[in-house]
Ligand binder design. Structure first.
Ligand SMILES: Nc1ncnc2c1ncn2[C@@H]1O[C@H](COP(=O)(O)OP(=O)(O)OP(=O)(O)O)[C@@H](O)[C@H]1O
Ligand SMILES: [Mg+2]
Length: 234
């Protein structure tokens, strides 16, 4: 992700089993939400790990906010909520947030603001091991949002959430963009890609980037679900 005038060199990621990312080259402009969609096992999580700089065996350079992916200067500027919620199970929600908040030296008011924004204030004193899957994933998201990141990478953040909570999360994502952040959000729910200005399709190693409008225009589809099926040639 960088200035859209710059052309990225192609990037490859091989696993023993297969080439997961094959000569990917794309630029996502700042200040937008990008949906990352593709079949299960296509490489969404792998690509996200490449963007946050935690993926091994990457050939070529991934640049994020003008730096090499994973550069220490990006530590609080780029945050990542993993597909499986990563929280300390034996700490309360508040303690989980405080642990990370202290690393970033943020005031307690920031913790309370995030708790409220994610509708977690009533669970602040609950041990995370006793939360439901959806509640736990919101704690993981809360941790990712704490330091006011410029880029937030979210791996399937709405899995296990009811439609109301999903709607409220997408409202939050749009608010974050209005505040100047950029988001990359993977999802299996193609309706969610309809919320996004940009789309990254991934399948059999190929990564295609386009704006949502370009995808709809080039496929003649009315929805991202139909466009996805057309783009993937199924
Ligand atoms: N740690 C690993 N070691 C070896 N192969 C892996 C590892 N993690 C993932 N893979 C393989 O790499 C490919 C891409 O996996 P990845 O997790 O990126 O897919 P995904 O699109 O995120 O899938 P899902 O939608 O199910 O989360 C898959 O074939 C998977 O089996
Ligand atoms: Mg995944």
């Amino acid at each position: 992700m960088q200035d859209s005038r710059n052309q990225n060199p192609a990037v490859v990621m091989d696993r023993a089993s297969a080439r997961i990312i094959d000569n990917a080259s794309f630029t996502i402009p700042r200040g937008s939400i990008t949906a990352l969609v593709g079949p299960s096992g296509s490489g969404k999580t792998t690509l996200m790990r490449m963007i946050v700089g935690t993926q091994a065996n990457v050939r070529g350079e991934v640049r994020v906010l003008g730096q090499r992916a994973g550069h220490p200067d990006l530590r609080s500027r780029v945050t990542y909520a993993t597909q499986a919620a990563s929280v300390f199970e034996d700490l309360t929600v508040r303690e989980n947030l405080d642990y990370i908040r202290n690393i970033y030296r943020l005031p307690s008011t920031r913790r309370d603001e995030i708790l409220e924004r994610l509708e977690l204030q009533n669970h602040a004193n609950t041990i995370c091991g006793r939360l439901s899957g959806g509640q736990r994933s919101r704690v993981s998201l809360a941790i990712a949002l704490l330091p006011h990141p410029e880029l937030v990478v979210l791996d399937e953040p709405t899995v296990g959430l009811d439609p109301l909570l999903r709607r409220s999360l997408w409202e939050l994502f749009h608010e974050l963009v209005a505040d100047g952040a950029s988001l990359i959000v993977s999802s299996h729910i193609l309706d969610e890609a309809d919320e996004c200005e940009h789309v990254l399709f991934i399948d059999e190693g190929r990564v295609k980037h386009a704006t949502r409008n370009e995808v709809l225009a080039s496929t003649g589809a009315d929805s991202m679900e139909d466009a996805f099926l057309a783009v993937m040639g199924r």
